[in-house]
Write a protein that binds this ligand. Structure first.
Ligand SMILES: [Fe+2]
Length: 159
């Protein structure tokens, strides 16, 4: 008979977001800022905060995995749906969904996302024009740190 006390727990990680940089979402938009909290290359999972100025629209994208977004400030929506996510709201995006994000209202929107798998950016014919995943996220973070003289953290670490 086994007991839960025999199972060695993985270290619990607390991430101090205050010291992490806001990185422009290049090459898509310098006005959208990303704060990468954790990047998991095993699951292809990214924990990231995003800030969008009012009235900004990003390209249509397709998700290979699930996405959970929790809105902290402002409001945003997908053009394909009739809801608006406002502060305190949570959006669950299913694998295989595609949509076009747009910020609404007068205030900047900040959303915390758990993203699994890839975002495939699509053109007007539904053809893939760019891919975003844990590797492109890590490249973006590391190159921003290099350009700004910031000592990068190991975002993959659990301790
Ligand atoms: Fe999405």
């Amino acid at each position: 008979m086994s007991s839960i006390s025999e199972i060695k727990p993985v270290t619990t990680k607390s991430i101090d977001g205050a010291e992490l940089p806001w990185v422009p979402f290049a090459p898509y938009s310098d006005e959208v800022l990303l704060k990468y909290h954790h990047i998991n290359p095993v699951h292809g999972e990214i924990l990231v905060s995003m800030r969008f100025p009012p009235g900004l629209r990003l390209p249509t994208h397709y998700h290979t995995g699930i996405v959970i977004g929790h809105t902290l400030t402002g409001a945003w929506r997908y053009l394909e749906h009739d809801w608006v996510s406002r502060a305190g709201g949570t959006v669950y995006e299913t694998a295989g969904s595609s949509h076009t994000p747009e910020s609404c209202g007068e205030e900047e929107a900040e959303v915390f996302f758990v993203i699994v798998g890839e975002l495939l950016f699509l053109d007007e014919h539904g053809e893939i024009v760019a891919r975003e995943n844990h590797l492109t996220s890590m490249e973006r973070y590391l190159s921003y740190c290099r350009e700004h003289g910031i000592e990068p953290r190991d975002l993959t670490a659990y301790a």
